[in-house]
Design a protein around this ligand. Sequence first.
Ligand code: CMC
Length: 430
Amino acid sequence: MSGKTARLSIPGAAAELELPVLSGTMGPDVVDVQALTANGYFTYDPGFVSTASCESRITYIDGDRGILLHRGYPIEQLAEKSDYLEVCYLLMYGELPDAGQKKRFVDVVMRHTMVHEQLQFFYRGFRRDAHPMAIMCGVVGALSAFYHDALNITDEEHREIAAFRLLAKMPTLAAMSYKYSIGMPFMYPDNTLDYASNFLHMMFGNPCEKTKINPVLARAMDRIFLLHADHEQNASTSAVRLTGSTGANPFACIAAGIAALWGPAHGGANEAVLTQLEQIGDESRIPEFIARAKDKNDPFRLMGFGHRVYKNFDPRAKVMKQTCDEVLSELGLEKDPLFRIAQKLERIATEDEYFVQKKLYPNVDFYSGIILRALGIPTNMFTVIFATGRTIGWIAHWHEMISASYKIGRPRQLYTGYTPRDYVPIDRRP
Ligand code: CMC
């Protein structure tokens, strides 16, 4: 509570309504509008652009200044000095682990990487050309049918077991969806590897040979997971919270998050970036696509540019760009035609007046798409990788909500449909 109040005068009401103004530790003050309902009003806020749906201690974003903090730590420092599993610990428990805590955490995660053997038959029910995100929505939702020994969401220990299972098994499930699509045997996890290397092993290994993991590429994979770990109340995290607020089990909640992430305006953007680069096809066609993006009568958008909250720059994109350069140079891909298109597009768009004026900068998905392609990951797996990295954020938010007092999420509406009218029998309808 800030001690401040906001006064709202409502036409026809006897007195002004006094609404408390709340202050967080950072960020703008928030007008608490909960008292409105009792007075017969709601707020109208399509897209929730002016609505805080919850109180949270996990992640802070200042879009204008390009700041992203996890539990207070700047993303640039975490990306440079930490690793994905350490950030997972931080998001889940609120503090960085000491050496013993980190070792135990990594050990537990890496001992839960295997999935129930029966799950592979679940995969076999899908067509081989199914989109891996479609498979992930189904398979992650189905996990509750395989691990129903720890589904009591009011039990702290059950919640923790579910969290470990989700974090540990997502890379395995993701890699299985890829292996299934190309008709190769599923790879068992190798728990002697680190999280990112193990994922690359399950994606690109085969049972007949020992997998060789390039440490530069493993580090890039780890960074991709880390930079996607959490982003406060975005669409998919809000979907997880909303689903969780009904008391649904954590696997169902994460499946809801995966479904929300799939859209091209959210996690589907990294896939859309690559599809668009392929459509552009040649550097000479870049001006044509830039012109389409600027045309008010054309719904076309340049994928990988712009962000709902970052109106200056996306701090994740800065780090991702550096990793992108490292990976392209490690693989000798600087001259690859597609990557040259990407680099030229980035240059032109960041200098173009339309993009500069509207504050449309390359976002994290622009660079992550390019890195993933360089790693040899097929385009339709990109959003699956985003989902894998984001799983910890979803879990942390779900856990934070369930551990405190919460209400079922139930937005209201401004009804603009018909007023009451009488049913018309079918033979008398116009
Ligand atoms: N290309 C061309 N014009 C754009 C673009 C773009 N990528 N993004 C926004 N605009 C224009 C838009 O047409 C609008 O113009 P006007 O004011 O003349 O109507 C103005 O910029 C503001 O756009 P908006 O749609 O009101 O902005 P928003 O905050 O609602 O949308 C966004 C944010 C990310 C959905 C949007 O920028 C977009 O569609 N970008 C492309 C998709 C993309 O890269 N998404 C990944 C986001 S990062 C990953 C994540 O965090 O999920």
